[in-house]
Design a protein around this ligand. Sequence first.
Ligand SMILES: NC(=O)c1ccc[n+]([C@@H]2O[C@H](COP(=O)([O-])OP(=O)(O)OC[C@H]3O[C@@H](n4cnc5c(N)ncnc54)[C@H](O)[C@@H]3O)[C@@H](O)[C@H]2O)c1
Ligand SMILES: O=c1ccn([C@@H]2O[C@H](COP(=O)(O)OP(=O)(O)O[C@H]3O[C@H](CO)[C@@H](O)[C@H](O)[C@H]3O)[C@@H](O)[C@H]2O)c(=O)[nH]1
Length: 433
Amino acid sequence: MRISVIGCGYLGAVHAACMAELGHEVVGVDVDENKIAQLSAGRAPFFEPGLPEVLDRAIASGRLRFTTDIAEAAGASVHFVAVGTPQVVGSDAADLRFVDASFSALAAHLAPGDLVVGKSTVPVGTAARLSELVEATGASLAWNPEFLREGFAVGDTLSPDRLVYGVRAGDDAAVAALDEVYSAALAAGTPRLVTDYATAELVKVAANAFLATKISFINAMAEVAEATGADVTQLADAIGHDARIGRRFLNSGLGFGGGCLPKDIRAFMARGDELGVGESLAFLREVDAINLRRRTRVVDLVAAALDGDVAGRRIAALGLAFKPDSDDVRDSPALEVVQRLTELGAAVVATDPEAIETARRSKPDVHYAPTVEEAVDGAECIVVLTEWREYREFTPESLGRITTARRIVDARNCLDPKQWRDAGWTYSAPGRP
Ligand SMILES: NC(=O)c1ccc[n+]([C@@H]2O[C@H](COP(=O)([O-])OP(=O)(O)OC[C@H]3O[C@@H](n4cnc5c(N)ncnc54)[C@H](O)[C@@H]3O)[C@@H](O)[C@H]2O)c1
Ligand SMILES: O=c1ccn([C@@H]2O[C@H](COP(=O)(O)OP(=O)(O)O[C@H]3O[C@H](CO)[C@@H](O)[C@H](O)[C@H]3O)[C@@H](O)[C@H]2O)c(=O)[nH]1
């Protein structure tokens, strides 16, 4: 099929490359000239495992190209819209200006029979509003929310755990077109749910609200564990054995960040208020508050490791990305802890395997080092803020060879406390005695 993808960021670039990998002929469109230049040269503009290989293959096959000219979307029969929906500054609501601008620009190039497919995460009601603009051109609209995780984006796109098509009632042509787009995943047995627009939009924000709630639940238990001397990681293991609860997304520590969960739960609350169901979503305010308290807790743990005062103390911060296998620092808890410690007067040197450049663009005043060796050199305390595999594999021996620091704060609960304490280190972690 001929496909256009409007918006080539963390979601759209992966989607475009994966659609070409599946055999479709794809044009990716973005307003960011620099991003388009990189993608056209076959370079991924951000770190995502597996994306460079898929991009290479797709471009070499001649099935994938990129442009800043939206007019080149004309001729495709399916148009995915994957532009950003960030939080409005000073409000909880989603900023829909990129969605509105991209739909207006695209509308001028639609032909009767085309299908526009919204993939961006939007407040419920957005698709119904935009459908008027799309249908005036003779095209139709579907909303097909995306559930990929950064770090696993290629695999999640090629083999999603479900597909949701929000369509206008009776729009069999839209369902048939999406079935053709996703024929490989459907043949592999991926469940596919056809809903109305509102349900599809709500599925997406409900899924993220649930995931955020699960993380904040275990972090609330961490607060109780801290008050009682209990161990939240053992608690998570024990409750996680109950198949109704499940162990996934029960990792307590520094909490959630990134370009999705924090802004999506806030936008959901804002939309709930507009719809008069704010009370039904009021628990998300607490989910957000619990989550943000984890950042303060980790700053306090670092201060406690240094006998209460971080001013003038050399601290090595390992991790800047909001999660491993990503260079994304949008609302990164790790970067916020680094910034707060720096503001408190600590001499923080921060590093990350992939996210130094994105972090530098966002926080140019932080002191970055390219390697762990340089970050820990001369440090009095080490704080692990993102559980990259190479950090999870640290031992007292491996770190002990490159630093004389004997204090470690394990903000992500990714190390074995006993191993460090037995080796004479001062070890602390949120939610653990
Ligand atoms: N990142 C994820 O893992 C993920 C997963 C699922 C859903 N989502 C949702 O997908 C959407 C995109 O997220 P993202 O992380 O890719 O954001 P992003 O900021 O990385 O990418 C958005 C892209 O849209 C481009 N853009 C903005 N206005 C445009 C226009 N008028 N025409 C063409 N391009 C335009 C921007 O230049 C940017 O490259 C959001 O709604 C997000 O909530 C993201
Ligand atoms: O047990 C856990 C699991 C995750 N996290 C944190 O939660 C955040 C989000 O993690 P994750 O959900 O894996 O990353 P995202 O790539 O942001 O993916 C989420 O947001 C996407 C955008 O909406 C959705 O598509 C995905 O389904 C949803 O998982 C990160 O800061 C993690 O460190 C925890 O603190 N504890």
